[in-house]
Design a protein around this ligand. Sequence first.
Ligand SMILES: [Zn+2]
Length: 838
Amino acid sequence: MRFVFLILVFALSFVSSAQNHQPSASEIKLKLKKLNFLGSVLYVAAHPDDENTRAITYLANDRLAATAYLSMTRGDGGQNLIGPEIGELLGLIRTQELLAARRIDGGQQFFTRAIDFGFSKNYQETLQIWNKEEILSDVVRVIRQFQPDVILTRFPPDERAGHGHHTSSAILAEEAFEISNNSEIFKDQVKTFGTWQVSALYTNTGRWWNQTINETTPGILTMNVGGYNALLGKSYSELAADSRTQHKSQGFGSAGMRGDAQEFFEYRKGDRAQKEIFETINTTWTRIKGGDRIQVLVEKVIRDFVEENPAASVAALVEIRKQIMSLENSVWKARKLKETEQLIRDCMGLYIEVKANQYMASPGHAVSLSFEVLNRSGVSVSLDNIKSEPLAIDSSLAIALNNNAPISFKVVKHIRTDVNYSAPYWLKEPHATGMFTVEDKSLIGTPENEAAILIHTTISVLGEKISTQVPVIYKWTDPVKGELMRPFEVVPPVFINFSQSVFVFRDQSQQVVNVLIKSASLKKINGLLKLQLPHGWISEPAAIPFELTKMNEEQTLSFKVKGGSEEFDGSIGAIAEIDGQSFSNSIRQIQYDHIPAQTLLPPAKARALRINIKKEGSVIGYIKGAGDEIPSSLRNLGYEVWEMKNEEVTAANLKRVDAVVLGIRTLNTNERIRFMMPTLLEYVKAGGTLVVQYNTSNDLEIEADKIAPYPLTLSRERVTQEDTEVRILIPDHSALNYPNKITPKDFEGWVQERGLYFPSKWNDSFEALLSMNDRGEPARDGSLLIAKYGAGHYVYTGLSFFRELPEGVPGAYKLFANLVSLSKAKNNPSAKVKSKSK
Ligand SMILES: [Zn+2]
């Protein structure tokens, strides 16, 4: 049995222990210097990876500005180089990659609700799909909240930016610049944040759209981002490379650079600076009322700072904190208060950690917490109070924290029954193509949820009470990787996962539907599991009782399901009843070493298709590429799939398969493909079928003239409008007739795009079966090319089967079934394979 999508392996993955990073004395010194700089920059672009990490690193660590990146989207629409996740799941990975990057370069991170719906050729389309007014309101909200002095856009607000999302990010930033100070616009935000006038907006120019720019170009500001920071022991370019390397799902591992490096900024709006972006802005404490005295105090702390004894600065920092507390409320007051309190903790080497005895628990269930609190300085500190709403804790303690004497204690508490499950906030509600639904407006702009359970601790430092929020975590030790941790999460007591994301019912015979039920409870659970089926469908039995005695115990329950007589395209669900309560969440975990473990709790549903679909052959060979779900889709059609290892791709083995499919980007990712291709082409010559899915023309692991039996030129041509017309060029080609008749209806209901990286040129031996194009573009005919080679068929297709099949698009299943059935087509008298090109 295969649980292709479940990833229910509760393997625990690494997470960088960001909240307990104790800075070194030199890092503390840099933070002290930052305390005396009151300038801020918001960098604006469209996707994770658009941001210029060198500029962000330099601004945050050299200019010591409050620096943030506003990415319009979470990068949901891209391709994933490290695993099978696409769409929302990929957006979740990229959100975390951006946060990992910011932990290195010192920036803050914001998002709008806009969705990366795939490549967009112009801003008009983008802004229409995103819902321009709503996304503009998000940009304005972030500006009013963060109150940047300067906005830097990555892109120009016109076609030179290329991608429609890119152009739109600049258009929205410029419009927001004009209106953020107008209290009549987006009035609901004004109550919370007030209005804000950004001083100036520049475009981070150079590169693609203006290569002639250099430091002598009139009106261009130059920033040398290549400096070396002795306190950090790295150049900003080196740090920026570490930051950029976090974009692992995009394969952006970067090498550090050293030496001077210029970035150029073109003036667009506001107060124009002549030499450098902060020259028109007051970046000292005098910018806020009553702040002038603080400047002097901070200067003195910096002067008196002793690397061997940062704790000696605590008294002065406590005094600075008192002064900040007495200021009127403002963004700078809040920001500097937070920095000062963190510096106080850093200078004392204060360590506060709260670990749970398990990494997830349900509302109403008990959780045991271990506290570890340690003061690593001679400063007089006490732990006064711990408080947590979800656990109904509010305890006064007054425990003295003596130098280097750890305090540890345990607390066992029940999670309140009204606590929400942990799940990324923007994925909780159904949403349109262009924008996430966020019910709680206060979350808009934020990169992620707060920790599932926060413990508020209050400590007294030299008599001053300071609160610290500590997330509850789970920790363990891996024999190889050492101490690891992950966030603690609040989840339902059971998870229900279908064994497949799509079930294809090809006829009315009974088909097994397996459902895995897994406990997240330390207690024994008894319940009943039922399927929710479309009208006229029958499951046998109607319900199955289950008993799970401990956490992580699981059971697979099998139902025999008979589809209806009518064709159907929808979903089936499952529901567990336990003690009169119903539960219907599945679990999906995302685990990579560079980001914290992510848990999603989507509804327990699977796509169900009842389609009259036929197929030929029984065994398909599959050679993995960058990762797609083609094997499970083929199994859905009733095929046996042999996921062939490189060494299994031999002439003898290929005799046993009816067709071979290459996973997406196999020609880019499999280092052995150059040695396998001759064998595969021999197999085609002898009558086999080889289906090659899309590859990029860069980074081929095989000579470009060896990828097919005849010349074929790959390109970047793509058709991004998933609903654009598909014109059938060779209606009587067997791939469009046998065993399933393909009609224009089969191209309805496709998702995200038609396809990508179509070949732009091909030899006459190829036949182009389909023609399509985005509105206003010339016809693209390279989406599905088939050549007869010897007795067999070579198929090259950039159609997005890797997106359509996991979404259960019926027409995509029928067409794919035809492609892998090609070798049998000649046995069918009604099918005619044309041998001449059009
Ligand atoms: Zn981009």
